[in-house]
Design a protein around this ligand. Structure first.
Ligand code: SF4
Ligand code: SF4
Length: 402
């Protein structure tokens, strides 16, 4: 096993924490605030859509997080390091790579709009400004589809174009994740051959796969075709996709799949996703599938333990109270109660400077976000991390000095 430095070392220690912003999620203000908060709190990896604007937004948020930390954060029990930036690709149709679509003009006027209330991303609206699916907010969870009583909603899948990867890597992407399914050897090989020149520039490659008959031999066949060999490989056990915010029980599918992949002794690390939530680590510890939280944990054999957990819908929902409050503040300040009029009687734009929508401009909200994230991160990584209260005075002071 090669010697690894953080954040990759977290894999070896079984403390790897990945934030999944969503392979289809493109709402830039939310992405920036999620990335900033989770990066500050000590996430090891941030997984975003393979989209130039999303990558630029995430990179900027990581730069801002790096500005806010100070030297003491790099010394504590859990030193702060900049997380790896990952993008997700697919080798075929996959629920992570789709958007809901419907024509709101065809909706019966007496429909009580269950689609709007079930959407966890506020991606469906019926306002004069926006009606239907707000594409950049939709991350493809599919919950709106079966709930529509008139079968109005469908989904559109899309495929990542391999030619787009090199510019993303040149712009600062450190890692990729390939979403595949059992039986797609040919499609995976075509994608791999197309992106092979980029592989030596990456710190790691993750392969995400849901359960399927023969998954062990399928993933082994993928590993055999991975040339050049990536420095680090993660097998992401994709249990019940995009469901972690629904309830504790959603975590069981990824636990079962993770155990299966561990038993297969694949070369690389096994990490959970798909249905992960606040219950996942407790369950992993009760099954003795995580190394203990002690300094000797780095000696743990990764083939016998889960290397980490990726959180998607649960992590985003966890911060909803903070981000919703921030949205409300920004909207309220951006809408003056008296709109000035121009000489001809028409309304003109507010002359006040725009209200910053960046979370770090609101230290109380940022602290609230860090407290919430700590409930998710400390069980996996142990106490003493950047998200804990003692270290926060440094960035508050830095912000005040701006
Ligand atoms: S419920 Fe899911 S699939 Fe439907 S619009 Fe919302 S995020 Fe998109
Ligand atoms: S539930 Fe279906 S019919 Fe009703 S508003 Fe939503 S999309 Fe339209």
């Amino acid at each position: 096993m090669i010697n690894l430095y953080y954040p990759l070392r977290s894999l070896k220690e079984g403390h790897w924490f990945k934030l999944i912003c969503g392979a289809s999620f493109q709402h830039l203000p939310a992405i920036q605030n999620l990335v900033l908060a989770y990066a500050l709190a000590g996430a090891d990896c941030i997984d975003v859509a393979a989209d130039a604007a999303v990558v630029a937004a995430a990179r900027e948020a990581l730069d801002r997080a790096g500005y806010l930390v100070d030297a003491q954060w790099q010394r504590g029990d859990r030193p702060w390091v900049r997380p790896l930036l990952m993008v997700s690709l697919n080798d075929g149709d996959d629920p992570h790579f789709r958007k809901a679509v419907f024509d709101p003009n065809t909706c019966p006027s007496d429909c009580h709009r269950p689609c709007e209330s079930i959407c966890p991303a506020q991606a469906i609206a019926f306002t004069p400004a926006q009606s239907g699916v707000i594409a950049e907010r939709c991350y493809g969870c599919g919950r709106c589809v079966p709930i529509c009583p008139f079968n109005t909603i469908s989904t559109q899948f899309y495929r990542f174009s391999p030619a787009n990867l090199l510019p993303l890597v040149l712009s600062g992407v450190d890692a990729i994740e390939i979403h595949t399914q059992v039986g797609r050897q040919d499609a995976f090989e075509r994608l791999w051959q197309a992106i092979a020149p980029v592989i030596p520039h990456l710190s790691l490659v993750a392969v995400s796969c849901p359960a399927g008959d023969g998954i062990e031999s399928y993933l082994r066949s993928l590993y055999a075709m991975m040339q050049p060999q990536p420095p680090v490989v993660i097998w992401q056990a994709d249990g019940r996709a995009m469901s972690g915010d629904i309830g504790d029980g959603t975590t069981h599918a990824t636990l079962r799949l993770g155990q299966k992949l561990l038993a297969a002794e694949l070369p690389g690390y096994v990490q959970l996703a798909g249905g992960t939530n606040g219950y996942t680590v407790e369950k992993l510890r009760s099954l003795h599938l995580l190394p203990p939280l002690s300094p000797t944990a780095s000696d743990c054999d990764p083939s016998k333990a889960i290397a980490g957990v990726a959180y998607g819908s649960y992590a985003r929902t966890l911060l909803s109270p903070v981000l919703d409050t921030l949205d409300a503040i920004v909207q309220e300040r951006a809408s003056p109660s008296v709109i000035p009029e121009s000489g001809d009687g028409g309304a003109i734009a507010p002359t006040q400077p725009a209200t910053p929508a960046d979370l770090e401009h609101y230290p109380a909200l940022l602290n609230q976000a860090m407290t919430l994230i700590d409930t998710l991160m400390s069980p996996l990584k142990g106490p003493g991390g950047p998200a804990q209260l003692g270290k926060r005075s440094s960035y508050t002071a830095k912000l005040s000095a701006r």
